[in-house]
Design a protein around this ligand. Sequence first.
Ligand SMILES: *Cc1c(COP(=O)(O)O)cnc(C)c1O
Length: 241
Amino acid sequence: MEPQEIGTLEANLQRVRMRIRAACERVGRSEGDVRLIAVTKYTTVEVMRALIALGVEDIGESRVQDTAPKRAVLGAAHTRWHLIGHLQRNKVAKALELYDVVHSLDSARLGDELDRRSTRPVEALIQINVAGESSKGGLHPDELGRLLEHAARWESVRVRGLMTIAPRADDSAKAELRSVFAQLRELRDEMNRGGRFETQLVHLSMGMTQDYELAIEEGATLVRVGSALLEGLENSVRSTN
Ligand SMILES: *Cc1c(COP(=O)(O)O)cnc(C)c1O
C-alpha cells in the first residue's frame, strides 16, 4: 500500500474507534466492553496486514475458501479470526483450522459436527434471525432454548453469546433497527436468568457499518465493521460480496 493509503486507513480506523467510544459514553458503558471486529471479506491481504499493524486484533471473514489463503499469509499471532458468514457442515474441518470464533452457529447438527471434529475448545455464537427475514440465516428466537439444552453435551464448542444481522437500513427506520438489537439483548438476558442453562451468554455480536453505534447503545459487545474502514480506498477493495 502507498503511504497515503495507509494514512486513509488509519484515519478511518480512528474515526470508527472514536464513534465506538462516543456510543459507549452516551449510554454509560465502558469502551473496553466493546470489541471491534474488522471485516475484511471485501479487501486484500495488504490492507489486512496494514490493519493489523495499526493495532486491529480481530478479523472477520465470511467464507472459508476466502479466509484460507489470507490466513496462510498473515498467520494467527496476535490476531483472532472470526467466521461471520454461514458455515456448511462439509466445511467444518477447514473452518476449525481457520477461526477462533464461529458467529454463525444456527443448528444442533452444525454444533454437533463442530464438536465432533474439534480437538481444542472453539468459541461459538448462536445466530438469531430476530427480524424473521426469510433471506437471512439464523435460528428463530423460540428455538434457542432447545438448542442451549442440546449444547450442554458439547465438549469443545463453547457457546458464548448471540449474533444477529439487522435488516438493511434503507428498508428500515432507525427505530426498527434499535428494536432488533434490543430484542437480541433481551433474549440473551432471558436465557441467562435463573441458571436454566449451563452456559452464561456473554456476547452480543451485532452492528455493522450502517448501525454499529445503535447496536452499541443497545448492548453490543462485538461489532463487525467492514465498509467504514475502507472509505477512500477503492483500489484496495474487491467487487465480490
Ligand atoms: C459483510 C458483513 C459485515 C460488515 O458489513 P459492512 O457493512 O461492510 O460493515 C458484518 N457482518 C456480516 C455478517 C457481514 O456479512
